[in-house]
Design a protein around this ligand. Structure first.
Ligand SMILES: Cc1ncc(COP(=O)(O)O)c(C=O)c1O
Length: 464
């Protein structure tokens, strides 16, 4: 790493709420996360460990809120909790006045357990069950985003049974390619999500909702994908949605009060160029306003639903280096005590990361290394190639920008224990999720097939 690269690297670290104490005299660098020594955190809580800067998450939430206030008046920021959710996070989002997107009964449960107000919840999902819809209606969630004609009928029946009128938003697919990984694209017409706008399907669905006495049609929603680094696809989505709103009004007289344009703003993991939050909000709201005046419509209340861009850069994963192997050709393969079970993104999307040794270089030579996990898959690689001071067994390694879709996508593959989560706030570290234990791995399991295991007989009548 050249001098300039090194300094750029430290600069980007600082931008992320991390700081390196650099002593050039002894070339001894140490990673601090909002003032807390990463090596000390690893010692205290063990590894792998997810560490989050609350200041960083709060700053991002406020950046969104002030941009929405500035450009979209009565607009609302909805945090997409699939990116990262636990009870503490639910509380933090509530304190910042954001609404929350949940995509299952499980996420709804966590949000409510953390004290999140149900009326500010937006409930998503392409295959919500009757039980989940009932749970949401009973809890009094603010919006249910209906995703199919079947769901409209199902939800009407649920709301009727509960004697409630449920506010709903219709999810549609505007048919846009946002130029991101195919697994992160969700707004094309062959998407499994929402209702395509083609052949008046969107209009029919909205009309169907308007016929349901227990559903209150509030508006429409789209989410074109994730990790998007260009404004054009967002503007195009706003454009198409406004055209749909106009067509809906002209053909049915149904007015759209709310327009939810989803999330998807790209985040830099290595050196990608990000769109500033304020630019992203500004261009979309300007498009919505321009189209509203062109079509003679009232400007709908704009909702945005960011997930990744609020939490990604606030998170770091700490690992302990285990075995280090030198391959023919000199490449070093460095194994850490986690891998695809705490970070499946490299395997899913070919995601790239930066990493560093938390307790510096101590004059060690720089070398090219591959960082791999401990799982039984050759593809379990966290970073294919990175230049680091020669890592040694016992070092603490930090992989950066791991705040989004890591903890929430973690698994027990190979019997891995899901890591603990620590939040740092005002110079103190707080354990917000305990590390799983070996007992958690066998909780609810049975080794025998006796009566106690609830044996269910095959014969009609189901004798057990
Ligand atoms: C409906 C919906 N809204 C918002 C988001 C958040 O996207 P991102 O994390 O890219 O901001 C997602 C992510 O998949 C989503 O499916």
């Amino acid at each position: 790493m050249s001098y300039i690269q090194k300094n750029l690297f430290f600069f980007s670290l600082r931008k992320r709420g991390l700081a390196m104490a650099v002593n050039p005299m002894c070339d001894h660098n140490r990673l601090f996360i909002d003032g807390i020594d990463a090596v000390e955190l690893a010692k205290r809580y063990g590894t792998p460990l997810y560490v989050y800067s609350e200041d960083e998450m709060i700053a991002k939430m406020r950046e969104y809120t002030s941009a929405v206030r500035a450009y979209a008046g009565d607009g609302q920021v909805v945090y997409a909790s699939k990116a990262y959710l636990n009870m503490r996070m639910a509380r933090l989002v509530a304190e910042e006045g954001l609404w929350m997107d949940v995509a299952s009964g499980g996420e709804l449960h966590i949000a409510l357990a953390g004290g999140f107000p149900a009326e500010n919840v937006v409930f998503h999902g392409n295959n919500k069950t009757v039980e989940e819809l009932d749970m949401a209606v009973r809890a009094g969630v603010g919006r249910i985003v209906v995703d199919s004609l079947d769901e409209i009928l199902m939800l009407e029946a649920v709301a009727k049974a509960r004697k409630r009128v449920q506010a709903v938003v219709l999810r549609v697919t505007p048919g846009i390619d946002p130029h991101t990984h195919e697994y992160l694209t969700t707004g094309e017409i062959d998407s499994k999500f929402g209702i395509a706008l083609h052949e008046d399907r969107g209009i029919q669905a909205a009309y169907q909702i308007s016929l349901c006495p227990h559903l209150d049609f509030k508006g429409i929603h789209c989410h074109i994908g994730s990790q998007i680094f260009e404004v054009d696809p967002f503007v195009m989505a706003a454009d198409i949605m406004m055209e749909f709103i106009s067509a809906l009004w002209r053909t049915t007289g149904i007015a759209v009060e709310e327009l939810n344009l989803g999330g998807g703003l790209g985040v830099s993991y290595t050196d990608e160029e990000e769109i500033p939050v304020s630019d992203y909000i500004r261009v979309m709201s300007q498009e919505v306003q321009a189209k509203a005046s062109e079509f003679g419509l009232r400007v709908p209340r704009m909702f945005v639903e960011p997930g990744r861009s609020i939490v990604a850069q606030a998170g770091v994963t700490l690992y302990t280096v285990g075995m280090v192997k030198e391959l023919p050709g000199g490449e070093l393969v460095v194994s850490v005590d986690g891998g695809m079970s705490d970070n499946p993104r490299p395997m899913l999307y070919g995601a790239k990361y930066q990493a560093l040794l938390c307790d510096g270089q101590k004059g060690r030579a720089l070398c090219r290394v591959r960082i791999v996990g401990k799982h039984c898959e050759e593809g379990d690689t966290l970073i294919k190639e990175i230049c680091l001071p020669e890592p040694r067994t016992g070092d603490i390694l930090a992989v950066l920008v791991t705040g989004a879709y890591h903890y929430s996508m973690s698994s027990n593959y190979n019997g891995a224990l899901r890591p603990a989560v620590v939040h740092v706030r005002d110079g103190r570290a707080y354990l917000v999720v305990e590390r799983q234990t070996l007992a958690d791995l066998v909780r609810g399991q049975r080794a025998t097939l006796d009566d106690e295991s609830d044996g269910y007989a095959k014969a009609a009548g189901g004798q057990s």
